[in-house]
Design a binder for this molecule. Structure first.
Ligand SMILES: NC(=O)c1ccc[n+]([C@@H]2O[C@H](COP(=O)([O-])OP(=O)(O)OC[C@H]3O[C@@H](n4cnc5c(N)ncnc54)[C@H](OP(=O)(O)O)[C@@H]3O)[C@@H](O)[C@H]2O)c1
Length: 211
């Protein structure tokens, strides 16, 4: 799979390592091309000079940029994203303070780029687990939401290829719940000084093979 990863911070580096390890063709871009070059060289990925150049040859575009800039990044690329699978891993840095939010980041990005095939995935996993989804013999879950069924299938397969147990959680509106799950998990790390290594996993009989 030809994958462009925009951003080479915690998430960009982690997913670049796991996708490259799984044999995907990965190109990286970042606001700091020199830093991207260093990351790419270390893991055997390619680097593009700009986000637009990275996206131009990609089937899948992973948005690993800070939440504060993700809408601008998508707006800048808009028509370049037409027909491409756009994976949103972002989370809001604070919970919805007054409970009035009725949308998710993923749905907001879909509205900005209506012809992109937006998929919410990997946002519930910390970078450590995005790089290595297995904790001993426990395989972390990857929850994947999208309205485009083919795009969702492809990202479920991508998640499986890098070591997650992939779980289809339904339409893109489920991103609201996935973003909430991520926030609970983040809050627990901060509240109890956990080491940002834990992962979400549904256990018990599901009809799926136990990972
Ligand atoms: N960290 C986690 O464990 C985790 C897990 C799940 C989801 N998330 C979400 O994933 C997103 C990224 O998190 P992160 O921890 O990877 O953040 P990060 O470490 O701050 O990395 C962000 C990366 O994006 C780059 N960047 C900034 N503006 C850009 C632009 N316009 N075009 C291209 N690249 C740009 C930054 O470059 P510069 O450093 O040069 O600015 C940096 O390489 C956030 O929305 C976060 O909520 C994080």
């Amino acid at each position: 799979m030809k994958i462009a990863i925009l951003g080479t911070g915690n998430v960009g580096r982690a997913l670049a390592r796991s996708t490259t390890r799984a044999g995907h063709d990965v190109v990286l871009s970042s606001s700091n091309p020199a830093a991207a070059q260093g990351v790419a060289a270390a893991i055997g990925a390619r680097v593009a000079a700009t986000n637009a150049e990275a996206v131009s040859g990609a089937e899948v575009v992973i948005l690993a940029v800070p939440t504060a800039v993700v809408a601008d990044v998508v707006s800048d690329l808009r028509s370049a994203l037409d027909g491409r699978i756009l994976v949103d891993v972002t989370n809001r840095p604070t919970p919805d303070p007054d409970g009035k939010r009725t949308s998710s980041i993923a749905e907001e990005l879909q509205a900005l780029a209506p012809r992109a095939r937006v998929v919410k995935a990997f946002n519930t996993a910390f970078a450590a687990r995005q790089e290595e989804p297995n904790i001993g013999d426990i395989q972390a879950d990857a929850y994947v939401a999208a309205d485009d069924e083919d795009a969702k299938r492809q990202i479920l397969r991508l998640a499986e290829s890098i070591g997650f147990r992939p779980i289809d959680v339904g339409p893109l509106a489920q991103a609201r719940t996935l973003e909430g799950m991520a926030w609970i998990h983040i809050s627990l790390q901060m509240q109890h000084q956990w080491p940002w290594q834990s992962a979400w996993k549904i256990v018990g009989p599901t009809g799926q093979p136990e990972g």
